[in-house]
Design a binder for this molecule. Structure first.
Ligand code: ZN
Length: 693
C-alpha cells in the first residue's frame, strides 16, 4: 500500500498526488497517531523547552501540515466531494485541538516552565511562545472541568460547523444568481473587459457560442463581474436588480444565514461568559494589541468625527453632480458606484478601464520585485516547476538574500475562479521558518507562503490586465507574505505572522499598498502591454489626486463595519428585542450617510466576522492602518526619492517589523522601528482628512 500523501508531514504539499479520497482515511489515521503521541507526552511532561515545547511543536506541526493542505484546498479548489470529506473529519480535528489546548498536564508543565530557574535563560521569542500558550490554553478552557468543560467543547464544535456552513452558503448563494443579457440595450455602458468576462461566464454556463461582441453575457455576483457592472451599466433597473441580489445573498430560503448568525453570537456570548469575560469582545481583545474595548471605541470615534462631515459633503457633491448630468431620481444605493465612477472619471479624466492596459500582471510583478529589491535588498526569481501546484495558473517563486542564498519561497494564485475559489485575497502560510534537525544535522527550514488574489483572469488571448485596485491588493498580500518570508525567528511558534497580535497583522500589508503611489515604483511597472509605452504623467497626477476621492465615505464604511462588529460582540443580546439588523441600522445612523436599505442583509455575507477570524476584530484594519501609515511616514519624512535614506530605513523596517514578527509585543516592535509610539496623524493626512502642518 502506498503512503497517503496527506501523511508525509513535511516539505511542499504534493498537490498532484492528493485526491479527495485521501482526506478521511488520512486525517483519521493522523489523529490516532497524534492521540498516542500526546498521551505519551502528557504522562510525564518535563517543564523545559526541549522536553515540553519542542515535542509539542512537532506534534502540532504534523497536524498543521496535513490539515493546512485540506483547508488550503477548501479555499482554492472547493468541490462538493471535498466539502463532504472536510465535514466528515472536521469534528474530530476540532475535538483533538480542544483536547490539546485543554490538556491539564501540559498546561501545568507550561506554568512550571514559566516559574522555573530555566525561565531567565530563554530568549524573548521563547518566552512569548510560552506565555501565549498559557494564555491560549486559558482561553481554550483549560481551567474547566466536568459538565462546564463538556459544554464548552460542544460550543467550540458547533461554532466550527456553523462557520463552515456560513461560508459555504455564501459561496452557494453567490453562485445561485446570474443575469443573462442578450441585447445591446442591456449592455449599454459596459466596458470590453466586462463583456469578455461575461461572455466567458456565459460559455462556462453552456452558451457555447457566446462572444464579447454578440453575447449572450452572463453577469454574476462574483466581484469582478458585479463590481464593474454597478459602476458602468447605464441601465438603472438592471443595476437595482443586481444590487438587490447582492445585498440579499444568503438571507433567505435554504441558504439563509440569519439563523446561523444568531446562533453564532449566542454561542460566542456563552463561551466568553464561561471563561469569565463580560462579552465576546473582551475575550477577543485579551489576545490583541489593543488593550480594551474602550481603547478601540476611542479610536473609532476619533476617526468617525474626522470623516463624518467629509462623508456628508461627498454625498452632497455626488447628488449635485448626478443632477447636473440629468439624473432626476434621488440617488439610491445602486446609483452610488455608477455616479461616483462618472464623477471621478470626469474630475480626474480617466477610468479604471483606461489604466488596465498599463498593468499587465507580469510587469506589475517585475515592479513589485524591483521595489522589494530596492528597499529590502532581496531578489525574487521564478521557480516554477520546483513545486507541485493545484491549478495551471499558479506560479512559484524564490526569494533570495543579497548573497543569492534562498531564504523563502511563495506560490502565487492570481486569478478569480468563482466556481471553486473563495472570493477576496489572502496570504496563508504553507511552511513556517524553523530550526530543525534532520539526519542529525541542524538546519533552517525555509518559509513558504501562499498568495491568493482574485483578479481579472486573462481573457481572449490578452494577459491579465489589472485595475489599479487589483495592483494594490497584490501589494497588500505581498506585504503579508514578506512578514512570513523575511522572518528571522527560528521558532515556528513566533516566526513570520505566527503569534503576531491580530490587530497588528495588517501593518506590513497596508504599508506595502502605499508604495503603489510612489513615483519610481509606479513608473517602474506601468507600461502598456502592447507597445511598452510608460504610463503618461497626467495619469499619475490623476491617480494621486483621486486617491482621496470620497475618502471620508471610505473611512466611514470601515468604521461602520467595525462598530457593528464590536456592538454585536459586546452589547448585543441574542434573542432580545433588537435583531442583528436593528443593531446595524442603529449604528448606521451614526456611521453612514445613506443608511442601508431595511432589507439589506449584508451581515449574511459578512464572512470576516462570521466565518473568518475577525470577530470583534474588524477594527484591526483601522488599528493597523494607524501603524502602517505611521511606518510609511518614516520613509516620507526622509524623502521617497532619497535612495540612501530609503535603503537604511528599509533595512530597519526589515530588521524590526518584518524580521521580529511575533517574537515581541507589537508595541515594542513598532517602537524599535519608529523610536516612539504610533500616531494617528499620518493616516489622517494620507486620507486627506487633515492637512499636514
Ligand atoms: Zn490583509
Amino acid at each position: 500500500m502506498t503512503q497517503n500523501p496527506l501523511l508525509i508531514g513535511k516539505g511542499l504539499p504534493p498537490f498532484a498526488d492528493i485526491t479527495t479520497d485521501h482526506v478521511v482515511p488520512g486525517i483519521t489515521q493522523l489523529l490516532e497517531e497524534l492521540e498516542t503521541t500526546l498521551s505519551q507526552l502528557e504522562e510525564n511532561p518535563e517543564p523545559t523547552w526541549s522536553g515540553l515545547v519542542e515535542p509539542l511543536q512537532e506534534l502540532q506541526e504534523r497536524l498543521v501540515w496535513s490539515w493546512g493542505i485540506i483547508n488550503h484546498l477548501m479555499g482554492v479548489k472547493n468541490s462538493p466531494e471535498l466539502r463532504e470529506a472536510h465535514q466528515t473529519v472536521q469534528p474530530q480535528v476540532v475535538q483533538f485541538i480542544n483536547r490539546l489546548n485543554q490538556s491539564q498536564p501540559l498546561y501545568k508543565a507550561f506554568k512550571a516552565l514559566a516559574e522555573s530557574p530555566d525561565w531567565d535563560s530563554l530568549e524573548p521569542a521563547q518566552k512569548r511562545i510560552v506565555e501565549a500558550t498559557i494564555r491560549d490554553a486559558e482561553l481554550s478552557g483549560v481551567g474547566l472541568t466536568g459538565e462546564i468543560c463538556d459544554r464548552f467543547n460542544a460550543i467550540e464544535l458547533e461554532l466550527a460547523e456553523l462557520s463552515t456552513q456560513f461560508s459555504n452558503q455564501v459561496i452557494d448563494a453567490t453562485k445561485a444568481f446570474s443575469l443573462t443579457l442578450t441585447t445591446p440595450e442591456e449592455i449599454d455602458g459596459l466596458p470590453p473587459s466586462l463583456l469578455s468576462l461575461a461572455a466567458q461566464a456565459a460559455r462556462e454556463a453552456g452558451e457555447e457560442n457566446a462572444t464579447p461582441e454578440n453575447g449572450p453575457w452572463r453577469i454574476t455576483l462574483d466581484f469582478p463581474s458585479f463590481g464593474p457592472f454597478l459602476k458602468y451599466s447605464t441601465r438603472r433597473d438592471l443595476r437595482e436588480t443586481v444590487y438587490r441580489a447582492y445585498i440579499s445573498r444568503a438571507s433567505e430560503g435554504e441558504l439563509n444565514n440569519f439563523p446561523l448568525i444568531e446562533r453564532i453570537l449566542e454561542l460566542r456570548k456563552e463561551k466568553s461568559e464561561i471563561l469569565g469575560f463580560s462579552s465576546y469582545a473582551e475575550l477577543s481583545l485579551a489576545s490583541k494589541m489593543a488593550p480594551d474595548v474602550a481603547a478601540v471605541e476611542e479610536l473609532l470615534e476619533e476617526l468617525r468625527t474626522v470623516s463624518y462631515d467629509a462623508g456628508v459633503q461627498e454625498f452632497e457633491d455626488l447628488k449635485a453632480y448626478a443632477k447636473s448630468q440629468g439624473e432626476t431620481a434621488d440617488l439610491k444605493h445602486w446609483d452610488i458606484s455608477f455616479w461616483s465612477e462618472r464623477q471621478r472619471s470626469e474630475k480626474f479624466a480617466y477610468t479604471d478601464e483606461e489604466l488596465r492596459p498599463y498593468f499587465p500582471l507580469n510587469q506589475v510583478l517585475d515592479g513589485l520585485f524591483g521595489l522589494v529589491r530596492r528597499i529590502f535588498n532581496i531578489t525574487i526569481t521564478p521557480a516554477d516547476g520546483l513545486a507541485q501546484i493545484w491549478h495551471p495558473d499558479v506560479r512559484y517563486f524564490q526569494v533570495a538574500d543579497n548573497q543569492e542564498n534562498a531564504i523563502a519561497y511563495f506560490y502565487l494564485d492570481p486569478y478569480s475562479r468563482p466556481a471553486e475559489k473563495r472570493g477576496g485575497a489572502w496570504m496563508a502560510d504553507c511552511i513556517n521558518r524553523a530550526k530543525i534537525i534532520e539526519d542529525g544535522i541542524t538546519k533552517i527550514r525555509l518559509p513558504v507562503a501562499y498568495l491568493q488574489c482574485n483578479q481579472t483572469p486573462p481573457v481572449d488571448g490578452k494577459p491579465s490586465l489589472m485595475t489599479f485596485s487589483e495592483v494594490e491588493t497584490l501589494f497588500h498580500e505581498f506585504g503579508h507574505g514578506l512578514q512570513h518570508m523575511l522572518t528571522t525567528v527560528d521558532y515556528p511558534g513566533a516566526s513570520g505572522i505566527n503569534n503576531v497580535e491580530w490587530d497588528a497583522v495588517e501593518l506590513p500589508s497596508q504599508f506595502m499598498e502605499n508604495w503603489c503611489y510612489d513615483r519610481s515604483t509606479l513608473f517602474g511597472m506601468a507600461k502598456h502591454y502592447e507597445n511598452g509605452e510608460t504610463l503618461p504623467e497626467h495619469y499619475y497626477q490623476k491617480i494621486l489626486a483621486s486617491r482621496n476621492y470620497m475618502s471620508g465615505t471610505a473611512m466611514l464604511r470601515q468604521i461602520h463595519f467595525s462598530s457593528v462588529d464590536l456592538e454585536l460582540h459586546h452589547r448585543y443580546q441574542p434573542g432580545g428585542k433588537e435583531t442583528v439588523n436593528d443593531v446595524r441600522q442603529r449604528i448606521a445612523a451614526q456611521t453612514t450617510v445613506l443608511p442601508p436599505l431595511p432589507e439589506d442583509a449584508f451581515l449574511c455575507s459578512f464572512g470576516h466576522i462570521f466565518a473568518g477570524g475577525y470577530a470583534a476584530g474588524y477594527y484591526s484594519y483601522k488599528w493597523a492602518e494607524v501603524l502602517s501609515a505611521d511606518a510609511f511616514a518614516a520613509f516620507e519624512e526622509a524623502g521617497l526619492d532619497n535612495d540612501s535614506a530609503v535603503v537604511s530605513i528599509g533595512e530597519k523596517f526589515r530588521n524590526t517589523v518584518l524580521a521580529l514578527g511575533g517574537s515581541l509585543h507589537p508595541m515594542e516592535v513598532f517602537k524599535s522601528f519608529r523610536g516612539r509610539e504610533p500616531s494617528t496623524k499620518p493616516l489622517l493626512i494620507h486620507s486627506g482628512l487633515v492637512t499636514a502642518s
